[in-house]
Each structure stands twice: as structure tokens, then as C-alpha cells.
Design a protein around this ligand. Structure first.
Ligand SMILES: C[S@@+](CC[C@H](N)C(=O)[O-])C[C@H]1O[C@@H](n2cnc3c(N)ncnc32)[C@H](O)[C@@H]1O
Length: 331
């Protein structure tokens, strides 16, 4: 007999983060190809395809399982949709391979998706009821798992990563314990981390959360990949095209902010506040100086949204890119 309460498809529970801000950024976008660099469950993609009949989608994800979930969701858009398994920094070769030259919109919504975290066997979750192999690869066909990385790593390297990526105050004692224990499962890692920091000294919540996030960023080489992705993305847009990035980590957000500002100021070396005389050429304009963040209603229903920062630029037409500082963006 059929289950009267079948589980909802994974995508139905998924609300794309900062959906209103993403819609605003792409209002009035030029007709052409919209590249979703981190397709995930296809939530933003579906929203933008509905809102913009003039766009076709090239959806990229490094996780083949994400593409398998997004594909049926986007089927109703027919040949407006092309999906491709790749990492975002491989954009140039994907576009070359597919012969796409009219990219007018691009979105990267960084990090992992909820189904990746929810599936114990993917190894992303620090929750004790979701024990699984210590994997954490977004693409399970490529690269070393978190357990292998720990096996190859020394204590100092792990300690630095926990400080830089997790802002972890107990990085030294945690890394010593982890390297000693060599955990191979998520529950074992979470247990080693928690038992190395006495409960009385946990002023900033569960240290396992920060350790898992730092390791995930390392395993997937997320910082260097973002750096290359920003260059590849800006280079691929036609003049007047828009690129938006949603970051959840302060290191990533800073990187996006700096790269977009450099594009908007043309790598200007003049003192701030003075007119540009160094001949720097802006290639883009910021759509808003400050990042878009979640409104209270979204933050209340989606805790993940509270750390989301959306930044966006529009590339300039050749005639608009003379030397000098562009006019300041709206506040
Ligand atoms: C937060 S989810 C995206 C959710 C999506 N915007 C939606 O509305 O459903 C992030 C997705 O991006 C993928 N991803 C993360 N970094 C990536 C990268 N550098 N290249 C390609 N895909 C990436 C992950 O595998 C995951 O499926």
C-alpha cells in the first residue's frame, strides 16, 4: 500500500537564502545565459528562471547528487536548462566546452546544502545522531576525505586552520587531541573535540561546530577555489552582466568584498577620498556598497541565513571604463 504521508522531495523543504535580495540584484538583467555556479537544489535557479523568461540557465555543481535533485525540479523549463558537473573555478573550460559566450548573470551561493549536511554518510554533520564516515567531500569522486587529511596533517597545520577558519580559542588543545586520536567517523571526531575542551570553558558554544566547518573548508579547498572563481566569473560576464555571491564565512565575505571593490576601483593605488590619478581602470560597479543581509523574518525561520552576506557587481561597458574612480554606488 502506498505511504499516505510520503516524505516531501528534498527541494520542497528548501527555501533559497536571501531570495528577495537575489531577485533585486537581477532585476532588469540583460537577456542571455545565467550561470548558477553552485546550483544545489536549484532554489535560486527556479526562482530566476520563473522571473526572467529571457534567461537560459547553465547550472553547475561539484556534487553530482545535487544535480540529480535539481534536475527534476527544473525539468519544466525544458531546453532553457543545461546542467553540468564541475567546480565553479572550472567555469572557463565549461563555457568553452559548451560554446557559451553570452553570460549576463551569475550567482554563487557558497557552502554546503542542507541535504549534504542531513545525510550522515556524507560526513558533514557533527550531530551525534548522524554518525558517518569522516568524509566531507562535496564531490565524493575527487580528493582526500577529512579522515585522510587528518592522517596526513601535523598538529601545527591543523591548529592554524582551526584558528584562521574557525576562530577557535582552544585550537591548540583540540588539534593535539585530534591528531593523537585519528578519528575516522564524524561521531568520533565530535567526541574527541568535545572531550578536549572542558564544558566550563566553552564560552562560544559547541567547539565541534567550528572544527567541522574548518575541516570542511580545508577538504574542499573552498578559499582558494573561491579566489579563482571570482576571477573566472568576472572574466566570463559580458559588459553589463551581473555577478552575485552569497558568503557565510567572514574570510570568504572579505575576499568577495575586496575582489569586487578592486573591480570597481580599478586596483586604484591613490589615497582614499581623493580623485584617482594613477590611471586605474574600473571594470565593474558595485550594485550596493554594503552587503545584503537577511531580514528579521528570514533570520527567524532560517538560522543559516543570519550569517549570509550577499554582494553584487555589474560589469561596465568599454566606454564607461576610462581611468579614474567611478561614481560611488548607492548606499
Ligand atoms: C548552499 S547550496 C546552494 C543552494 C542553491 N542556491 C539553492 O537555491 O538550492 C551550495 C551548493 O553548492 C555546491 N558547491 C559549493 N561550492 C562549490 C564550488 N566551488 N563549485 C561548484 N559547486 C559548489 C555544493 O555542492 C552545494 O550543492
Amino acid at each position: 500500500m502506498a505511504d499516505p504521508n510520503p516524505p516531501a522531495p528534498a527541494h520542497r523543504a528548501h527555501v533559497p537564502v536571501l531570495a528577495g535580495a537575489v531577485a533585486t540584484v537581477f532585476e532588469g538583467v540583460l537577456p542571455g545565459t545565467y550561470v548558477d555556479l553552485t546550483l544545489g537544489l536549484g532554489g535560486h535557479a527556479e526562482m530566476l528562471l520563473d522571473a526572467h523568461p529571457e534567461l537560459t540557465l547553465l547550472g553547475i555543481d561539484r556534487d553530482p547528487e545535487a544535480l540529480a535533485v535539481a534536475r527534476p525540479r527544473l525539468r519544466r523549463f525544458g531546453d532553457r536548462v543545461t546542467l553540468h558537473h564541475a567546480r565553479s573555478d572550472e567555469l572557463a573550460s565549461v563555457l568553452g566546452h559548451l560554446g557559451v559566450t553570452d553570460v549576463t548573470a551569475m550567482l554563487a551561493d557558497l557552502g554546503v546544502s542542507s541535504p549534504q549536511i542531513d545525510q550522515a554518510e556524507r560526513g558533514f554533520s557533527y550531530r551525534s545522531d548522524r554518525d558517518g564516515p569522516l568524509d566531507m567531500r562535496m564531490d565524493q569522486g575527487r580528493g582526500a576525505t577529512a579522515a585522510d587529511l587528518i592522517a596526513d596533517m601535523d598538529e601545527d597545520t591543523l591548529c592554524r586552520a582551526l584558528r584562521d577558519l574557525g576562530d577557535e580559542p582552544h585550537a591548540r588543545r583540540i588539534s593535539r587531541a585530534v591528531i593523537d586520536a585519528q578519528p575516522r567517523t564524524t561521531a568520533a571526531l565530535a567526541e574527541v573535540v568535545r572531550s578536549s575542551v572542558p564544558a566550563a570553558r566553552r564560552r562560544r558554544g559547541d567547539p565541534a561546530k567550528r572544527v567541522f566547518q574548518s575541516l570542511r573548508i580545508l577538504v574542499n579547498d573552498e578559499i582558494a577555489t573561491l579566489d579563482r572563481t571570482l576571477d573566472a566569473g568576472l572574466a566570463a560576464l559580458v559588459p553589463g552582466g551581473r555577478m552575485a555571491v552569497i558568503a557565510f564565512h567572514s574570510v570568504e565575505d572579505r575576499m568577495v568584498k575586496t575582489r569586487f571593490r578592486t573591480a570597481a576601483e580599478g586596483d586604484c593605488s591613490c589615497p582614499p577620498g581623493l580623485p584617482c590619478v594613477c590611471g586605474a581602470t574600473p571594470t565593474a560597479r558595485l550594485l550596493q556598497r554594503k552587503p545584503w543581509v537577511a531580514e528579521a523574518a528570514e533570520a527567524a525561520t532560517n538560522p543559516r541565513a543570519t550569517s549570509a552576506r550577499l554582494r553584487a557587481v555589474e560589469t561596465l561597458h568599454a566606454e564607461a571604463t576610462g581611468p579614474g574612480r567611478p561614481s560611488p554606488p548607492p548606499p
